[in-house]
Write a protein that binds this ligand. Structure first.
Ligand code: MD6
Ligand code: FE
Length: 221
């Protein structure tokens, strides 16, 4: 097969659940990869959030982030007027963040391996909650001590348009639609690419309700 029909066919194949869609030299979207894990994952996520609830944080520039955050694992990502950093304690109560549940860790390690990054040892899982209208401006993930480990990002709930840029803020980002259960893995030469999330559209997800929850796993320490 050749010509436009072949191209359509190829695109359709890339969108299949279970498909591995390459979005960068060392970056992949694993379509629906988290779906078989969801029933184990959601109760554990609920336990984590009961201990460290979502809260809106302030950036060093003084802006309140529209996404609400929590964390689990040895280190959690926080921001306040003093800067961005990882901390072993939840600033809300000065207690350690909830432990990273096994199901979450196993999902992240398995997805990383699927994308070519074996030996991933995540010690931080940042949990972002987006209600309709919430967004994430273009940024680089660069508060981690070591960039040789990839970032693994799990999308749950309402769909999002993920912006995947280049190494300069001004590089025009590609738009990647992310749905419930999709997992993005990036690392290597792509590890410091700018990225963000467009404002979430109004909607009601049958499992997650009117929100998008994103889990990002990293080796931070
Ligand atoms: C989000 N994600 O998808 C925000 N960072 O809600 C991120 O900022 C992110 O998805 C690094 C790697 C993957 C990500
Ligand atoms: Fe990020």
């Amino acid at each position: 097969m050749s010509g436009p029909t072949a191209d359509l066919f190829a695109d359709a194949a890339l969108q299949q659940p279970g498909g591995r869609e390459q979005i960068g030299e060392e970056s992949y979207v694993l379509r629906g990869y988290a779906l078989p894990w969801i029933e184990r994952l959601l109760p554990e996520l609920r336990r984590v959030l009961a201990q460290s609830p979502f809260r809106q944080m302030v950036t060093p520039g003084g802006f309140t982030m529209s996404a609400a955050l929590s964390s689990c694992g040895d280190l959690g990502w926080t921001t306040d007027t003093r800067g961005y950093r990882y901390s072993p304690l939840d600033p809300r109560n000065q207690q350690p963040w909830p432990a990273m549940p096994d199901a979450l860790r196993q999902l992240a390690v398995s997805a990383a391996t699927e994308a070519g990054f074996s030996d991933f040892l995540p010690d931080a899982c940042l949990i972002n909650r987006y209600v309709p209208g919430a967004k994430m401006s273009l940024h680089q993930d660069k508060n981690e001590r070591c960039y040789s480990a990839p970032v693994v990002s799990v999308s749950l709930g309402l769909p999002a348009t993920f912006l995947f840029g280049g190494h300069q803020r001004a590089d025009k980002p590609q738009k990647v639609s992310l749905f419930h259960g999709d997992v993005v893995v990036w690392g290597g030469v792509d590890r410091l690419r700018f990225h963000g999330v467009m404002p979430i559209k109004e909607g009601e997800h049958p499992v997650m309700g009117p929100q998008r929850i994103n889990l990002t796993f990293r080796t931070a320490g």
